[in-house]
Design a protein around this ligand. Structure first.
Ligand code: UD1
Length: 368
């Protein structure tokens, strides 16, 4: 029997931990040939390659090398390059993950040529159309043939938008699989020591959303607030390339380097970053994934955004939204709360990849 070719599209940093567990699960199946397609949206060594090694992924089988650009440039370049790859490869299934520009671009290229397409992490909605990711999610979910959701709110959003229930399979949160896949390696490190931090007595900070970092005044306000809060709790802040450029442009390096308790780092590997998260007291972020990872671990998280597409993290009581001017009171509140909270979300159990494999078998009529 010929194996079924399954394209796993990986593009940007948050995608790599979503394809890894699925790649490993499909590799075990006699009928499946998982093929990693890297669009090249993220290309720096520490934004891409280190994630492949941490997650035991092989080199991408196909590399589209699109790089950075405006939204239209990046989306267009991915569509053109991936259309060509589809024509040459003829996959049996295309799997896109998350909500980055490449997710939408590859879905559009694939469905227009009639290739069956599945979206892993379907149904999340911030209801904020100023976010590029919300547009990517809406477009991807409206064209994909199979919709794999992480939680009940995902199903509800899709049904409200008119998706047929036959397309939706609730599979759980694949990011948890990645964390569990390399948990022993994450726990074997003590990265916080390298930065003279004590376990459960520091905050991990990440910021990269255009709405927080592209406007110099907003970025200055956020950086100054972080500097002040770091006098209360030491902070470690791996800086995303977009944020790094904007810190330089806003001329904030002087102020930030004077703050002895706020350590700015280059972007770091998945394993090292997760070790910092596992041992922190608090996360301050605008990332989607970190809201979920902290909730799973029962760690307090302050999300510097007016909304979230992951409301379940708020319901669990670990995550809270914050404006820059509310950060001080939210930090105080988080530090007054428990160090770890017991959380449990149905299907966030490290077995999502197995459920995705079963769903593929069902949708492609593959007998066990
Ligand atoms: C993208 C995703 C965002 C995701 C984030 C995680 C979209 C619309 N946004 O945002 O949803 O949360 O990835 O990081 O798809 N750059 C480098 N090296 C790299 C990659 C980027 O220096 O390897 C710089 C470039 O100057 C680039 C800028 O970062 O212009 C932004 O990169 P881009 O991929 O456009 O968006 P992100 O902000 O990373």
């Amino acid at each position: 029997m010929n194996k079924l070719k399954i394209h796993l599209i990986a593009a940007a940093r948050p995608n790599f931990m979503k394809i890894a567990p699925l790649y490993h699960a499909l590799k075990k199946e006699s009928w499946a040939d998982p093929i990693i397609v890297h669009t090249g949206q993220h290309y720096d060594l520490n934004m891409s390659d280190v994630f492949f090694s941490d997650l035991m992924l092989p080199e991408p089988h196909l590399h589209l090398g699109v790089g950075s650009g405006s939204h239209a440039e990046q989306t267009g370049r991915v569509m053109i390059a991936y259309e060509q790859a589809l024509i040459e490869e003829i996959p049996d299934l295309v799997v896109v993950v998350g909500d980055v520009n490449s997710t939408m671009a590859c879905s559009l290229a694939a469905v227009k040529l009639g290739f069956k397409t599945a979206h892993l992490e379907a149904g999340l909605r911030s209801f904020d159309r100023t976010m590029p990711e919300e547009i990517n999610r809406l477009v991807t979910d409206s064209v994909a043939d199979i919709l794999w959701t992480p939680s009940r709110d995902g199903d509800d959003n899709l049904i409200r938008e008119g998706a047929s229930t036959g397309k939706i399979d609730r599979v759980g949160n694949i990011m948890i699989d990645s964390m569990e896949l390399i948990r022993s390696k994450i726990e074997a490190e003590a990265v916080y020591k390298k930065y003279d931090l004590e376990p459960e007595n520091y905050a991990v900070v990440t910021l990269h959303r255009p709405s927080n970092v592209d406007d110099p005044d907003k970025l200055k306000q956020l950086c100054r607030t972080l500097v002040r809060q770091s006098e209360k709790i030491p902070m470690v802040f791996p800086v995303h390339p977009r944020t790094r450029k904007n810190i330089d442009k806003a001329d904030m390096n002087g102020d930030l380097s004077k703050a002895l308790n706020l350590k700015l780092l280059e972007p770091i590997s998945y394993r090292s970053f997760m070790n910092l998260v596992f041992n922190c007291r608090l996360a301050i972020t605008d990332s989607g994934g970190i809201q979920e990872e902290t909730t799973y671990l029962g760690i307090a998280c302050i999300t510097l955004r007016p909304n979230t597409e992951r409301p379940i993290t708020i319901e669990q009581g670990t995550n809270q939204l914050s404006r820059a001017d509310e950060l001080e009171s939210k930090v105080n509140q988080a530090l007054a709360g428990p160090v770890r909270k017991r959380c449990s979300i149905d299907l966030w159990d490290g077995r999502t990849a197995e459920r995705v494999v079963r769903s593929i078998q069902k949708h492609l009529n593959i007998l066990k």
